[in-house]
Design a protein around this ligand. Sequence first.
Ligand SMILES: *Cc1c(COP(=O)(O)O)cnc(C)c1O
Length: 378
Amino acid sequence: MIMRAIQMVDLKQQYAKIKSQIDAGIQEVLDTATFINGPAVQAFSDEFARYLGSRHVIPCANGTDALQIAMMALGLEPGDEVITPSFTYIATTEVVALLKLKPVFVEVDPKTFCLDPVALEAAITPRTKAIVPVHLYGQAAPMEQILDIARRHNIYVIEDNAQAIGATYTFSNGTTRKTGTMGTVGCTSFFPSKNLGCYGDGGAICTEDDALAEKMRMIANHGQSKRYYHDVVGCNSRLDAIQAAILRVKLKELDGYIAARRKAADFYDAAFAGHPAIRTPYRADYAHHVFHQYTLQLEGKDRDGLNAFLATHEIPSMIYYPVPGHRQKMFSAAPGSEVNLAITDQLTKKVISLPMHTELDEQQLFHIVTKVLEFTHL
Ligand SMILES: *Cc1c(COP(=O)(O)O)cnc(C)c1O
């Protein structure tokens, strides 16, 4: 049998399986011409809130806006410090700078790739107003410790849940919560390649706090309290109805999609188990990992060489992320960018993400691991 081309994310194949439902959802929006804030947006928001177990879901235009709206609503002032990992997608830290807040870059744990609670607490000053834990690659950050630190220092927690929709965290008392619902606010993205992706841009914010929800809804809609009455400076950030109709279909598939990702991760884990040069993703016992990415750390092997070698065998692989936040040009003049983050720097040189999506079959997985093993045995 001829193998299907391997992609980092295979959205075409995924769409083929849900085509009739997706097409019907889009058609309904077209037929009713309810393009903005239509019933599909309300229905999706309610269904997503139920899925997460969250009191309020505020849909918005993308995950970056979600973070920005959350920070605006919390009333952070220029110069306030916001603690974030440097080892994350740029959106997390960019919005901090955009709002004239000060990003304080903190080290991650090399096992979980998420904020290191010890480094986090050491970075707190009287100006610290918020912490942004990122559930990177689909695994929850150590929320129990982070929430405890935040409570003791009276600091907001803004979860960046863009990569981990559907992941869970289990507290030491046995309570389990979905990521994005534990902090003051949770922000997420429906970018097409995310675990719950639409076919364009989309995002959402969730919170348990009624007043904060109200304020975020207002900010996302030009600061409007009632039509043409604008109480605060806001922005225009909407989830469009066609995307909401698509997300309603895909939300029903999400748990199945997560299971498919975890199955592919299990295949990789088994193939690389015990390999001296390959560190497979750590699975924290408190977390249900949803594998937005399957990210290896190479020890003593040429990471960029593997990336190039796989490409010659038509296997895509990616480096998330080659340059950490604190070394980005955009922050070169910013106070705080001179920090020394040795673990973060090392990770940017060792990590490589293999194809990970809902449509990988065993023939493809076998081909990928064979080539990875071939290169790492050299
Ligand atoms: C994708 C992503 C975002 C931003 O989401 P967009 O919808 O692309 O704006 C933010 N943070 C992280 C960690 C992400 O992966």
